[in-house]
Design a protein around this ligand. Structure first.
Ligand code: GDP
Length: 363
């Protein structure tokens, strides 16, 4: 599964967000919610296309695809020096595929701020500095390793040494995140070998007050920082989300309409996390179930089959594919067939977002 770690300073609204996310998991219809650890939750990825397909197929059940969120609390200044439970937190972050960084953008005198003032820029800097320092240490260790092998003429070591000395170390010495560096494909492949924390795709979650969505200087600050380091931004009110998630479906719709919201902010958070991970969805649609499955963007048909079962990948013969738009426009598989929009694809087919697929395989 794919994991998104939630980080941020204390008292910025991380737990509020995490609890709302896991509550959303419990409430999801037909979804067997499971808690792996107290601080980890699997949540369904909201996708209106699933319901649209189900409305045509009328299956016995629907199953969403999922992603995992992990609450990584307690990251404070000094973590990279082992302060507090610092090392443990950094180890937890290392295990995630992406980072959701919650930033406090609400003023509330009743909620104490650790530094006694609301300043997204300095909050972000505290966290990013700790992550950059941890990466700096990893890079310095790696440099010691490759210096010797590079001297011996080993080509990959020479490339790694150059990358570390010329690009990564100077950048990290300024406590800047590696995700902000412009790298070519070869450099990117080398960086992946280093498992750096600041190279992970990052989403800033600007946590605003109910009335803080417009003309919010704190949010502008977060956007400015994100733009400079290839990160994304989602603006939500975590407190409001924690209330929305407690409502019954009918009440929720009314509440959202009153607020002028089309969907809960949580849906935007989950989808942003999903996109950050470079993931996409394809569907299987039968009488028994309509189900969403997750694959990486660029996955081939056999790889997509392997998500359902490894045997499907091993015994892959062909994929019967109807694009999502065609599936809806022609009212399902038969209609798409009649319209000549049903395709048989081979092992090199690159799956498109929203494809409705039926795999043929040998067992
Ligand atoms: P964490 O330490 O980052 O996990 O922060 P919490 O989620 O425990 O939130 C700290 C405090 O801030 C709690 O009292 C929350 O109710 C409050 N809080 C969280 N989000 C918001 C928000 O959007 N607006 C306001 N006013 N308070 C919030």
């Amino acid at each position: 599964g794919f994991k998104c770690g939630i980080v941020g300073l204390p008292n910025v609204g991380k737990s509020t967000l995490f609890n709302a996310l896991t509550r959303a998991g419990i409430d999801a219809e037909n979804f067997p919610f499971c808690t792996i650890e107290p601080n980890a939750g699997i949540v369904p990825v909201p996708d209106p296309r699933q319901a649209a397909i189900a409305a045509i197929v009328k299956p016995q059940r629907e199953v969403s695809t999922t992603m995992e969120f992990v609450d990584i609390a307690g990251l404070v200044a000094g973590a990279s020096k082992g302060e507090g439970l610092g090392n443990q937190f950094l180890a937890n972050i290392r295990e995630t595929d992406a980072i959701a960084h919650v930033v406090r953008c609400f003023d509330d005198d009743n909620v104490i701020h650790v530094a006694n003032r609301i300043s997204p820029a300095s909050d972000i800097e505290v966290i990013n500095t700790e992550l950059a320092l941890a990466d700096l240490e990893s890079c310095e260790k790696q440099l010691q390793k490759v210096v010797r092998t590079a001297k011996g003429g080993d080509k990959p070591s020479i490339a790694m040494k150059a990358l570390l000395e010329d690009r990564l170390l100077p950048h990290l010495n300024e406590t800047k995140p590696v995700r902000g560096l412009a790298l070519d494909d070869a450099e990117r492949a080398l960086v992946r070998q280093l498992f750096l924390l600041t190279a992970k795709p990052t989403l800033y979650i600007a946590n605003v007050d109910e009335d803080g969505f417009d003309n919010n200087a704190h949010v502008d600050e977060v956007r400015r920082i994100a733009a400079g380091e290839n990160a994304e931004v989602v603006v939500v009110c975590n407190k409001l989300e924690s209330e929305i998630v407690e409502l019954e479906d009918a009440e929720r719709a009314e509440f959202l309409a009153d607020l002028g919201m089309e969907e809960p902010g949580l849906d935007r958070v989950i989808r942003a996390g999903y996109q950050l991970l470079n993931l996409q969805t394809y569907f299987t649609a039968g009488e028994k179930e309509v189900r969403a499955w997750t694959v990486r963007v660029g996955a081939t048909a056999p790889e997509a089959a392997g998500v359902i079962h490894t045997d499907f990948q091993k015994g892959f013969i062909r994929a019967e594919v109807v694009g999502y738009a065609d599936f809806i426009a022609y009212n399902g598989e038969q209609g798409a067939k009649d319209a000549g929009r049903w395709r048989l694809e081979g092992k090199d087919y690159v799956v498109q977002d929203g494809d409705v697929i039926h795999f043929r395989f040998n067992v």
